[in-house]
Design a protein around this ligand. Structure first.
Ligand code: ATP
Length: 236
């Protein structure tokens, strides 16, 4: 049974249908990438999973339907959503943002251990722990957003465009950490990314979304060799 499964998913905004009949599954322990051009519906897919927009069809997580769940329920069940633009609290410090990630947890000793682990993935966050999040660079804020979501001890991490607006060197670091986190913690990751080269390098499986429909899916290794994908998304 997949950890997360969408079947015949439709979703949109008000009267506007954006996603049409999406079938997608994510096996536990995998990194799965959703690729697609601007406006294809990648962000909308993550919103439909975490329950911030109205959807229909099947949305199953750990064998149970998420359809009746709002975003807070999904978070409680173990889905951490790092939105595009990161969603950190700029007026709080790095340390406060990380504590916020763990606010529903009662296991304080384990939380302290997890904080150490986040600092070991992203040492800059330890150095900057007293700094206001709003004053961090874009790359540091992305690290903080990932670190904060790890503090909730999620079962599935959904990352929306982690490379967006970040200097290339930091993008490389962030993607290396994403792979490390997946391997070391066995954490399942659903990755939305416009940079298809990067996404297919780190993921196990991928889906290609075009105007709200899945047009192709395969292992990431196969997608990298696929002529259509190469021409449209990998620069030939
Ligand atoms: P990008 O990489 O540009 O973020 P995307 O693949 O993530 O693209 P979405 O953000 O999911 O695409 O957008 C899909 C469609 O839904 C677009 O046509 C967009 O204009 C529309 N859309 C997105 N958010 C809203 C909203 N809040 N209200 C109405 N329409 C929206």
């Amino acid at each position: 049974m997949p950890l997360l499964e969408l079947a015949g998913l439709h979703a949109g905004y008000g009267q506007r249908r954006v996603l049409h009949d999406i079938d997608l599954s994510v096996e536990a322990g995998e990194i799965v990438a959703i690729l697609g051009a601007n406006g294809a519906g990648k962000t909308t897919t993550l919103r439909a999973i975490s329950g911030t927009i109205v959807r229909s069809g099947r949305v199953m997580f750990l064998g149970a339907s998420l359809l009746g769940c709002g975003a807070a329920d999904a978070a409680r069940l173990g889905i951490a959503h790092v939105p595009e633009g990161r969603g950190t609290m700029g007026q709080l410090t790095v340390a406060e943002n990380l504590q916020l990630g763990a606010y529903v947890r009662r296991d304080k000793v384990v939380v302290a251990g997890d904080l150490e682990r986040v600092f070991s993935y992203f040492p800059i966050l330890r150095e900057r722990h007293k700094q206001y999040a709003g004053t961090l660079s874009g790359g540091e804020q992305q690290m903080l957003a990932i670190g904060r979501s790890l503090m909730s001890k999620p079962k599935c991490l959904m990352l929306d465009e982690p490379s967006l607006g970040i200097a290339p060197l930091l993008v490389k670091t962030i993607f290396e950490k994403i792979v490390e986190i997946n391997k070391e913690l066995g954490l399942t990751i659903l990755l939305v990314e416009q940079n298809a080269n990067l996404a297919l390098e780190v993921s196990h499986y991928g889906y290609v979304l075009e105007t709200g429909k899945i047009i192709l899916e395969d292992t990431s290794a196969a997608l990298r060799q696929n002529e259509e994908v190469r021409a449209a998304y990998l620069g030939g």
